[in-house]
Design a protein around this ligand. Structure first.
Ligand code: 1CP
Length: 345
C-alpha cells in the first residue's frame, strides 16, 4: 500500500530526532494516551482494551485526547504491543489491572512452529486509524510503535507480566536455537506491524524493548540485539526516525544504539549527558524525567525538568519525555504545566 503522506520534517519533534536545530525542545509522554485522563476513562467505559484498539474511531479519539489537552509535540498511536500478536492468531487478552495474558504460553518447538506471520490485512484497523489520524493531527507528528522481540517473547513465554523472566531466560539459555527461532518470527511480525503504520503515514516509530534491562550486555548482544537490529534495519529505507527504548538499560545503552535507531530512549536512572557519552554523537536521546517526580510539589518538578533539559543539551538532539510511562494516578494538570515549561524553556 502506498504511503499517503510525507513525514512532518519541519516539526520540532522530527527535527530533534534528526539532530537538527529546534525552535524549542519537543515534548511528549510515553503512555500519554489513556490511563491518567478522565476523558479516556469515560470513552473506554465498558469497552475492552483489545476491542478499543480495533476500533479506528476510538483509537483516533484516544490518540487525540492528550494532544488537545496538553499541547504535546507528538501523538502516539493508541494501541498495544500485543495487538499484532493477537492479530496473528495468538489467543491473548489485555486484562485490566494486569496487562497482557496469554492463554497458551509458547514454551516448545511445536508452540513456536504454530506462530504465524502477520499479514497487513490482519491489522487493517490500524492502517485505517493512522489514515484517519494524520489529517486530524495536521502539523503534529504521529508516532507509530511496536514491541521489540525480547519484550514480546517475555509475555508469550511467561504467559503474562513477570518480574523475574525465569521461563523466558530458561528458554534463552537452555534452548538457544528455539529462542532464536522464536525471536526471528517475532522480529518479522514486529517489522510487518511497523510497516503498516509507516505505509499509513506515521512520522516516526518507537520500538519498545521495555524489559531488555533484565539482561547483561553480553547476553543482550548474543540473544536479542540481532533480532531488534533486523527490525530497525528493515525500516532504514522508510525514512522515518526510529526510536529505541527500554527500562533499566544503563549497561545496554551503547548496544541499543548499535541496533540501528536514530534516537535512544533513556530511563531516569542515567543522566542524559552520561547516556550521550555512551551512545555517541550520532544519535539523539529521548527522556528522562522520573514519572514519580510528577507526584512531588511543582518546585521539585520544575527543578528536575530543568535539570533534564540542561543535561539533554549534551546530546546532539533531545526529545523531552519521562523515563518510562505516565502513571495512571498522575494529575493531568501537572503534565500540561510540564509541557508549557519545556516548550518555553
Ligand atoms: O484498560 C486499560 O486502559 C489498560 C491499560 C493499557 C493501556 C492504556 C495497556 C495494558 N496498554 C495500553 C496502551 C499502550 N500500551 C500504549 C498506548 C499509547 C501510549 O503510550 O499512550 C503503548 C505505547 C503501549 C505499549 C506497551 N504495552 C508496552 C511498552 C511500553 C511500556 O510501558 O513499557 C508494554 C510493556 C505493554 C504491555 C502492557 N499493556 C498493558 C499493560 C498494563 C502492560 C504492562 C504489563 C506489565 O507490567 O508487564
Amino acid at each position: 500500500m502506498s504511503r499517503v503522506t510525507t513525514i512532518l520534517e519541519d516539526s520540532a519533534f522530527v527535527r530533534a530526532c534528526r539532530r537538527r536545530p529546534v525552535p524549542h525542545t519537543p515534548v511528549w509522554f510515553m503512555r500519554q494516551a489513556g490511563r491518567s485522563l478522565p476523558e479516556y476513562r469515560k470513552i473506554r467505559a465498558g469497552v475492552g482494551m483489545l476491542e478499543s484498539c480495533r476500533r479506528p474511531d476510538l483509537v483516533t479519539e484516544i490518540t487525540l485526547q492528550p494532544v488537545r489537552r496538553h499541547g504535546v509535540d507528538a501523538a502516539i498511536l493508541f494501541s498495544d504491543i500485543v495487538v499484532p500478536l493477537a492479530a496473528a492468531g495468538v489467543d491473548l487478552d489485555i486484562v485490566a489491572g494486569t496487562g497482557p495474558v496469554v492463554a497458551e504460553p509458547i514454551r516448545t518447538a511445536a508452540d513456536v512452529a504454530r506462530l504465524r506471520p502477520l499479514a497487513a490485512g490482519d491489522v487493517g484497523y490500524v492502517d485505517e486509524a493512522v489514515r484517519l489520524l494524520v489529517p486530524e493531527l495536521g502539523p503534529i507528528p504521529l508516532i507509530g510503535f511496536a514491541g521489540a522481540p525480547f519484550t514480546l517473547a517475555s509475555y508469550l513465554i511467561e504467559g503474562g507480566p513477570s518480574r523475574t523472566y525465569l521461563k523466558t531466560k530458561a528458554m534463552m539459555y537452555g534452548e538457544p536455537e528455539l529462542w532464536h527461532a522464536l525471536l526471528a518470527k517475532l522480529a518479522d511480525i514486529t517489522l510487518a506491524f511497523l510497516r503498516v503504520q509507516v505505509g499509513a503515514g506515521v512520522s516516526a516509530v518507537q520500538l519498545f524493548d521495555s524489559w531488555a534491562g533484565a539482561l547483561s550486555e553480553a547476553d543482550y548482544r548474543r540473544y536479542v540485539l540481532p533480532h531488534s537490529a533486523k527490525v530497525l534495519g528493515g525500516l532504514a529505507g522508510a525514512g522515518v526516525p526510529r526510536i529505541h527504548f527500554g527500562v533499566g538499560t544503563a549497561v545496554l545503552l551503547r548496544a541499543m544504539g548499535e541496533a540501528g535507531a536514530d534516537v535512544v530512549g533513556v530511563d531516569w536512572r542515567t543522566p542524559l549527558d552520561e547516556a550521550t557519552t555512551l551512545i555517541g554523537a550520532e544519535k539523539a536521546v529521548q527522556g528522562n524525567l522520573d514519572p514519580a517526580i510528577l507526584f512531588a510539589p511543582w518546585e521539585v518538578v520544575e527543578r528536575e525538568a530543568r535539570r533534564v533539559l540542561a543535561e539533554g543539551k549534551a546530546a546532539p538532539g533531545h526529545v523531552f519525555n519521562l523515563g518510562h510511562g505516565v502513571m495512571p494516578e498522575t494529575d493531568p494538570d501537572v503534565l500540561t504545566r510540564l509541557v508549557d515549561l519545556v516548550r518555553s524553556a
